[in-house]
Design a protein around this ligand. Sequence first.
Ligand SMILES: C[S@@+](CC[C@H](N)C(=O)[O-])C[C@H]1O[C@@H](n2cnc3c(N)ncnc32)[C@H](O)[C@@H]1O
Length: 284
Amino acid sequence: MINKSERISTDQKTADAFAASWNNLPSGSVYTQEQFNDWLDPLKSEDISGKTVLELGCGNASLMVYLLGWHPEFLVGVDLGDCIETAKKNLSVLNFTNWKIIKDDLTLFKRDGFDVVYCIGVLHHLKNPAAGFNSVIANTKPGGKFHCWVYGREGNGFVVFFVDPLRRLVCRLPWWLIKYFIATPLAVPFYGYANFLSHAPKFYFLRKFPLYDYCLWIASREFSFFCHVVFDQLVTPQTTYLDQATIRDWLGSYPQIDSDSVYLIRRNGNSWKFGGIIKKTGVN
Ligand SMILES: C[S@@+](CC[C@H](N)C(=O)[O-])C[C@H]1O[C@@H](n2cnc3c(N)ncnc32)[C@H](O)[C@@H]1O
Protein backbone atom coordinates (compact mmCIF):
# COMPACT_ATOMS: atom_id res chain seq x y z
CA MET A 1 0.00 0.00 0.00
CA ILE A 2 1.49 3.36 -1.04
CA ASN A 3 0.70 6.26 1.27
CA LYS A 4 -0.34 9.59 -0.22
CA SER A 5 2.76 11.59 0.79
CA GLU A 6 5.12 8.91 -0.59
CA ARG A 7 3.17 8.93 -3.88
CA ILE A 8 3.26 12.73 -4.15
CA SER A 9 6.97 13.07 -3.33
CA THR A 10 7.97 10.36 -5.86
CA ASP A 11 5.82 12.00 -8.54
CA GLN A 12 7.38 15.38 -7.76
CA LYS A 13 10.88 13.90 -8.26
CA THR A 14 9.70 12.40 -11.56
CA ALA A 15 8.24 15.74 -12.66
CA ASP A 16 11.47 17.56 -11.69
CA ALA A 17 13.51 15.03 -13.71
CA PHE A 18 11.28 15.47 -16.75
CA ALA A 19 11.45 19.25 -16.40
CA ALA A 20 15.23 18.94 -16.86
CA SER A 21 14.48 17.08 -20.08
CA TRP A 22 11.73 19.38 -21.42
CA ASN A 23 13.42 22.65 -20.42
CA ASN A 24 16.62 21.84 -22.29
CA LEU A 25 15.22 21.13 -25.74
CA PRO A 26 14.92 23.36 -28.79
CA SER A 27 11.60 25.23 -28.79
CA GLY A 28 8.53 23.62 -30.35
CA SER A 29 7.33 20.04 -30.37
CA VAL A 30 9.71 17.08 -30.21
CA TYR A 31 7.20 15.06 -32.27
CA THR A 32 6.17 15.08 -35.90
CA GLN A 33 2.57 15.49 -37.05
CA GLU A 34 2.57 11.77 -38.00
CA GLN A 35 3.69 10.76 -34.51
CA PHE A 36 0.98 12.94 -32.97
CA ASN A 37 -1.70 11.39 -35.23
CA ASP A 38 -0.44 7.91 -34.39
CA TRP A 39 -0.42 8.52 -30.62
CA LEU A 40 -3.94 9.98 -30.65
CA ASP A 41 -5.40 7.37 -33.01
CA PRO A 42 -8.23 6.22 -32.93
CA LEU A 43 -9.12 9.79 -31.89
CA LYS A 44 -9.31 11.99 -34.96
CA SER A 45 -9.76 15.73 -35.54
CA GLU A 46 -13.57 15.31 -35.63
CA ASP A 47 -13.50 13.94 -32.05
CA ILE A 48 -11.70 17.10 -30.93
CA SER A 49 -13.17 19.89 -33.06
CA GLY A 50 -15.41 22.16 -30.91
CA LYS A 51 -14.79 20.06 -27.77
CA THR A 52 -13.28 20.84 -24.36
CA VAL A 53 -10.09 18.81 -24.04
CA LEU A 54 -7.73 18.00 -21.16
CA GLU A 55 -4.19 16.60 -21.37
CA LEU A 56 -2.98 15.09 -18.09
CA GLY A 57 0.84 15.28 -17.89
CA CYS A 58 1.43 17.69 -20.78
CA GLY A 59 5.25 18.03 -20.53
CA ASN A 60 6.46 20.86 -22.80
CA ALA A 61 3.13 20.80 -24.73
CA SER A 62 4.65 18.78 -27.60
CA LEU A 63 1.25 17.13 -28.21
CA MET A 64 -0.85 20.22 -27.41
CA VAL A 65 0.77 22.24 -30.22
CA TYR A 66 -0.67 19.74 -32.72
CA LEU A 67 -3.95 19.21 -30.90
CA LEU A 68 -4.76 22.93 -31.19
CA GLY A 69 -4.64 22.41 -34.97
CA TRP A 70 -7.67 20.10 -34.54
CA HIS A 71 -9.64 23.13 -33.26
CA PRO A 72 -10.86 22.22 -29.78
CA GLU A 73 -13.17 24.73 -28.12
CA PHE A 74 -10.69 24.88 -25.24
CA LEU A 75 -7.58 22.89 -24.32
CA VAL A 76 -6.14 22.51 -20.82
CA GLY A 77 -2.76 20.94 -20.03
CA VAL A 78 -1.80 19.84 -16.51
CA ASP A 79 1.69 19.00 -15.31
CA LEU A 80 3.42 18.87 -11.94
CA GLY A 81 6.81 20.03 -13.26
CA ASP A 82 8.46 23.36 -14.05
CA CYS A 83 8.20 22.31 -17.70
CA ILE A 84 4.90 24.22 -17.63
CA GLU A 85 6.90 27.39 -18.36
CA THR A 86 8.35 25.80 -21.51
CA ALA A 87 4.87 24.50 -22.38
CA LYS A 88 3.47 28.05 -22.16
CA LYS A 89 6.30 29.39 -24.37
CA ASN A 90 5.69 26.68 -26.98
CA LEU A 91 1.97 27.48 -27.11
CA SER A 92 2.19 31.27 -26.96
CA VAL A 93 4.00 31.49 -30.32
CA LEU A 94 1.01 29.84 -32.04
CA ASN A 95 -2.05 31.68 -33.35
CA PHE A 96 -4.32 30.20 -30.68
CA THR A 97 -5.48 31.60 -27.35
CA ASN A 98 -7.98 28.87 -26.39
CA TRP A 99 -5.61 27.05 -24.03
CA LYS A 100 -4.44 27.05 -20.44
CA ILE A 101 -1.57 25.33 -18.63
CA ILE A 102 -2.06 24.44 -14.97
CA LYS A 103 0.63 23.28 -12.56
CA ASP A 104 -0.90 20.50 -10.49
CA ASP A 105 -0.64 16.87 -9.50
CA LEU A 106 -2.78 15.09 -12.06
CA THR A 107 -3.82 12.42 -9.55
CA LEU A 108 -5.48 15.17 -7.45
CA PHE A 109 -6.70 17.35 -10.34
CA LYS A 110 -10.50 17.50 -10.58
CA ARG A 111 -12.72 19.81 -12.63
CA ASP A 112 -16.33 19.61 -13.81
CA GLY A 113 -15.44 17.39 -16.73
CA PHE A 114 -14.07 17.59 -20.27
CA ASP A 115 -15.45 16.18 -23.53
CA VAL A 116 -12.09 14.49 -24.20
CA VAL A 117 -9.30 13.57 -21.76
CA TYR A 118 -6.01 12.13 -22.96
CA CYS A 119 -2.91 11.01 -21.10
CA ILE A 120 0.07 9.96 -23.21
CA GLY A 121 3.30 8.58 -21.79
CA VAL A 122 2.48 9.48 -18.18
CA LEU A 123 0.63 6.76 -16.23
CA HIS A 124 3.65 4.40 -16.32
CA HIS A 125 5.76 7.09 -14.60
CA LEU A 126 3.42 7.57 -11.64
CA LYS A 127 4.07 5.95 -8.28
CA ASN A 128 0.48 4.79 -8.47
CA PRO A 129 -0.55 4.41 -12.14
CA ALA A 130 -4.09 3.36 -11.15
CA ALA A 131 -4.56 6.71 -9.35
CA GLY A 132 -3.66 8.45 -12.61
CA PHE A 133 -6.17 6.37 -14.57
CA ASN A 134 -8.77 7.20 -11.93
CA SER A 135 -8.18 10.89 -12.64
CA VAL A 136 -8.55 10.32 -16.40
CA ILE A 137 -11.99 8.80 -15.77
CA ALA A 138 -13.00 11.32 -13.09
CA ASN A 139 -12.26 14.26 -15.43
CA THR A 140 -14.15 12.86 -18.44
CA LYS A 141 -17.75 14.11 -18.79
CA PRO A 142 -20.66 11.69 -19.19
CA GLY A 143 -20.72 11.00 -22.94
CA GLY A 144 -17.05 12.05 -23.20
CA LYS A 145 -14.05 10.12 -24.53
CA PHE A 146 -10.78 9.19 -22.83
CA HIS A 147 -7.55 7.94 -24.39
CA CYS A 148 -4.25 6.77 -22.86
CA TRP A 149 -0.89 5.41 -24.00
CA VAL A 150 1.50 3.51 -21.72
CA TYR A 151 4.71 1.44 -21.90
CA GLY A 152 3.76 -2.23 -22.15
CA ARG A 153 5.29 -5.12 -20.24
CA GLU A 154 4.76 -7.34 -23.27
CA GLY A 155 7.44 -6.92 -25.98
CA ASN A 156 9.70 -4.91 -23.66
CA GLY A 157 11.87 -7.70 -22.19
CA PHE A 158 15.10 -6.06 -23.40
CA VAL A 159 14.17 -2.73 -21.81
CA VAL A 160 12.97 -4.31 -18.56
CA PHE A 161 16.09 -6.47 -18.11
CA PHE A 162 18.81 -4.16 -19.47
CA VAL A 163 17.65 -0.54 -19.69
CA ASP A 164 15.56 -0.38 -16.51
CA PRO A 165 18.34 -1.56 -14.15
CA LEU A 166 20.59 1.11 -15.70
CA ARG A 167 17.86 3.70 -15.16
CA ARG A 168 17.64 2.80 -11.45
CA LEU A 169 21.39 3.29 -11.20
CA VAL A 170 21.83 6.56 -13.11
CA CYS A 171 18.57 8.45 -12.46
CA ARG A 172 20.07 10.07 -9.34
CA LEU A 173 22.88 11.72 -11.34
CA PRO A 174 22.67 15.33 -12.60
CA TRP A 175 20.53 15.54 -15.75
CA TRP A 176 23.38 16.87 -17.96
CA LEU A 177 25.61 13.95 -17.00
CA ILE A 178 22.85 11.49 -17.94
CA LYS A 179 22.03 13.35 -21.15
CA TYR A 180 25.47 14.03 -22.60
CA PHE A 181 27.63 11.29 -21.10
CA ILE A 182 25.28 8.29 -20.86
CA ALA A 183 22.19 8.74 -23.05
CA THR A 184 23.93 10.26 -26.09
CA PRO A 185 26.63 7.54 -26.37
CA LEU A 186 23.96 4.84 -25.89
CA ALA A 187 21.82 6.43 -28.59
CA VAL A 188 24.58 5.68 -31.15
CA PRO A 189 24.18 1.85 -31.14
CA PHE A 190 20.40 2.23 -30.76
CA TYR A 191 20.27 4.49 -33.85
CA GLY A 192 22.47 2.02 -35.79
CA TYR A 193 20.37 -0.99 -34.71
CA ALA A 194 17.04 0.68 -35.59
CA ASN A 195 18.32 1.83 -38.98
CA PHE A 196 19.79 -1.59 -39.70
CA LEU A 197 16.42 -3.27 -38.98
CA SER A 198 14.51 -0.69 -40.95
CA HIS A 199 16.71 -1.04 -44.07
CA ALA A 200 17.31 -4.81 -43.88
CA PRO A 201 15.14 -7.18 -45.95
CA LYS A 202 12.05 -8.17 -43.94
CA PHE A 203 13.28 -11.68 -43.13
CA TYR A 204 11.08 -13.61 -40.70
CA PHE A 205 13.95 -14.22 -38.25
CA LEU A 206 14.74 -10.49 -38.02
CA ARG A 207 11.18 -9.86 -36.82
CA LYS A 208 12.09 -11.83 -33.69
CA PHE A 209 14.83 -9.32 -32.78
CA PRO A 210 14.17 -7.19 -29.66
CA LEU A 211 11.96 -4.13 -30.24
CA TYR A 212 11.64 -4.90 -33.96
CA ASP A 213 8.36 -3.03 -34.63
CA TYR A 214 9.36 -0.17 -32.37
CA CYS A 215 12.65 0.21 -34.24
CA LEU A 216 10.86 0.37 -37.60
CA TRP A 217 8.71 3.16 -36.14
CA ILE A 218 11.51 5.23 -34.62
CA ALA A 219 13.95 4.76 -37.52
CA SER A 220 12.21 7.52 -39.48
CA ARG A 221 13.42 10.08 -36.89
CA GLU A 222 16.77 11.84 -36.73
CA PHE A 223 19.58 11.02 -34.25
CA SER A 224 18.61 13.81 -31.82
CA PHE A 225 15.21 12.16 -31.27
CA PHE A 226 16.96 8.91 -30.34
CA CYS A 227 19.03 10.88 -27.80
CA HIS A 228 15.82 12.39 -26.40
CA VAL A 229 14.16 8.96 -26.08
CA VAL A 230 17.15 7.34 -24.34
CA PHE A 231 17.50 10.33 -22.00
CA ASP A 232 13.77 10.17 -21.18
CA GLN A 233 14.14 6.48 -20.34
CA LEU A 234 17.09 7.04 -18.01
CA VAL A 235 16.27 10.32 -16.26
CA THR A 236 13.06 9.25 -14.53
CA PRO A 237 13.09 7.76 -11.01
CA GLN A 238 9.87 5.81 -11.61
CA THR A 239 8.73 3.54 -14.46
CA THR A 240 6.26 0.64 -14.42
CA TYR A 241 5.78 -1.56 -17.48
CA LEU A 242 2.05 -2.21 -17.61
CA ASP A 243 0.70 -5.52 -18.83
CA GLN A 244 -2.47 -6.15 -20.76
CA ALA A 245 -4.20 -7.81 -17.77
CA THR A 246 -3.72 -4.71 -15.59
CA ILE A 247 -5.18 -2.43 -18.25
CA ARG A 248 -8.13 -4.76 -18.85
CA ASP A 249 -8.69 -4.78 -15.11
CA TRP A 250 -8.74 -0.95 -15.00
CA LEU A 251 -11.10 -0.73 -17.95
CA GLY A 252 -13.43 -3.31 -16.41
CA SER A 253 -13.56 -1.82 -12.95
CA TYR A 254 -15.37 1.46 -13.73
CA PRO A 255 -19.11 0.89 -14.21
CA GLN A 256 -19.39 4.35 -15.81
CA ILE A 257 -17.25 3.21 -18.81
CA ASP A 258 -19.41 2.00 -21.69
CA SER A 259 -17.98 -1.51 -22.19
CA ASP A 260 -18.98 -1.53 -25.90
CA SER A 261 -16.82 1.53 -26.53
CA VAL A 262 -13.63 0.16 -24.98
CA TYR A 263 -10.51 -0.42 -27.12
CA LEU A 264 -7.07 -1.79 -26.20
CA ILE A 265 -4.53 -1.61 -29.04
CA ARG A 266 -0.98 -2.95 -29.02
CA ARG A 267 1.31 -0.28 -30.48
CA ASN A 268 4.72 -0.94 -32.06
CA GLY A 269 4.81 -4.33 -30.30
CA ASN A 270 5.79 -2.84 -26.93
CA SER A 271 3.15 -0.40 -25.71
CA TRP A 272 -0.61 -0.06 -25.24
CA LYS A 273 -3.16 2.49 -26.36
CA PHE A 274 -6.54 2.24 -24.73
CA GLY A 275 -9.68 4.26 -24.18
CA GLY A 276 -13.43 4.43 -24.45
CA ILE A 277 -16.51 6.49 -23.70
CA ILE A 278 -18.12 7.38 -20.36
CA LYS A 279 -21.82 6.45 -20.27
CA LYS A 280 -24.18 9.40 -20.70
CA THR A 281 -26.25 8.83 -17.58
CA GLY A 282 -26.25 6.49 -14.58
CA VAL A 283 -23.69 3.79 -13.96
CA ASN A 284 -25.69 0.65 -14.77
C1 LIG B 1 7.06 11.35 -20.54
S1 LIG B 1 6.39 12.86 -20.10
C2 LIG B 1 5.01 12.93 -21.25
C3 LIG B 1 4.63 14.33 -21.62
C4 LIG B 1 3.60 14.46 -22.75
N1 LIG B 1 2.37 13.80 -22.44
C5 LIG B 1 4.17 13.93 -24.05
O1 LIG B 1 3.76 12.86 -24.50
O2 LIG B 1 5.03 14.60 -24.63
C6 LIG B 1 5.59 12.59 -18.55
C7 LIG B 1 5.09 13.89 -17.89
O3 LIG B 1 4.27 13.56 -16.76
C8 LIG B 1 4.48 14.55 -15.77
N2 LIG B 1 4.06 14.01 -14.47
C9 LIG B 1 4.60 12.98 -13.77
N3 LIG B 1 3.91 12.80 -12.62
C10 LIG B 1 2.90 13.73 -12.60
C11 LIG B 1 1.85 14.04 -11.71
N4 LIG B 1 1.65 13.33 -10.58
N5 LIG B 1 1.01 15.05 -12.02
C12 LIG B 1 1.19 15.78 -13.15
N6 LIG B 1 2.17 15.53 -14.06
C13 LIG B 1 3.01 14.51 -13.78
C14 LIG B 1 5.97 14.83 -15.86
O4 LIG B 1 6.30 16.08 -15.29
C15 LIG B 1 6.21 14.76 -17.37
O5 LIG B 1 6.15 16.04 -17.96
